[in-house]
Ligand binder design. Structure first.
Ligand SMILES: [Zn+2]
Length: 253
């Protein structure tokens, strides 16, 4: 700690009462603050706890309770290779393009949301939901061709696709709806989802302007089921789920 300016250390220590303050991370908090002086201390502490002071996909931990409804998957947290939820169910044909699977609770909530939307003239269809580890491996390497530089491939692919084990779709709690284009946000369906999905238990997982936190481009079509209570809290907080989980849920685990 003596390597850091005493004033900075003093400022940080004032935050030691925050429930998500981790004493072992103090040096990382200080050096991140030095590199990112415009961030508030709360942001510094949250971001370091997420792992954002280190490049994506470093110090990855394997999740031990993948069935939890609150499970956080990101570029620092991976699901076991063989994890497949036990309660996957097919989504009703009227609400999906082809056969799609979601976990029981998410499936019911999604169908209720589609049904309510339809009554308002809004047509919602799942176009991708549960994806296994092996399937995600195919998705991630889909654009790979022989002779490509792997580092360059990953740098470009990581913005739009999760590496196997790191896809939220493997939880069975995530659904892509209608259209995989960012222009989806300007459609009536995209606007309806952004404004109403949290009432049904879904959050927009990769918001615009939060790419540096989530590690993904804005995805107005990608929704994660958290249950009504939690989705409302996350929605009202204005935080990404990565931040919300780190501040309020991880400390309870
Ligand atoms: Zn998705």
């Amino acid at each position: 700690m003596e390597d850091f300016l005493p004033g900075l250390v003093g400022e940080l220590r004032k935050c030691a009462c925050l429930p998500y303050y981790i004493r072992e991370n103090e040096k990382r908090y200080l050096s991140y603050k030095l590199h990112q002086p415009s961030l508030s201390w709360e942001e510094v502490i949250t971001f370091v706890n997420i792992g954002l002071d280190r490049p994506f996909y470093t110090d990855v931990c394997q999740i031990t309770s993948p069935n939890q409804l609150t499970v956080l998957i990101n570029k620092y947290r991976r699901l076991p290779r063989d994890f497949i939820p036990g309660d996957l169910e097919p989504i009703d044909d009227q609400c999906s393009e082809g056969q799609m699977l979601l976990r029981h609770q998410a499936r019911i909530a999604f169908e209720v949301m589609c049904c309510d939307a339809r009554k308002q003239g809004i047509e919602l269809k799942a176009i991708s939901s549960f994806r296994s580890y092996v399937y995600q491996q195919q998705v991630y390497y889909r654009k790979w061709t022989e002779g490509m530089d792997i580092d360059q491939y990953q740098a470009e692919r990581d913005r739009v696709s999760a590496r196997p084990g790191h896809s939220e779709h493997q939880t069975g709690l995530t659904v892509d709806i209608n259209d995989l284009e960012q222009t989806f946000e300007n459609t009536v369906e995209g606007r309806w989802l952004a404004a109403n999905s949290y009432c049904y238990g879904f959050i927009l997982r990769y918001p615009k302007g939060k790419e540096h936190i989530t590690g993904y481009d804005y995805e107005p079509w990608h929704f994660r089921y958290l249950g009504k209570k939690l989705s409302q809290l996350v929605y009202r907080s204005g935080l990404t789920y990565d931040e919300f989980y780190t501040r309020y849920l991880e400390i309870l685990m």
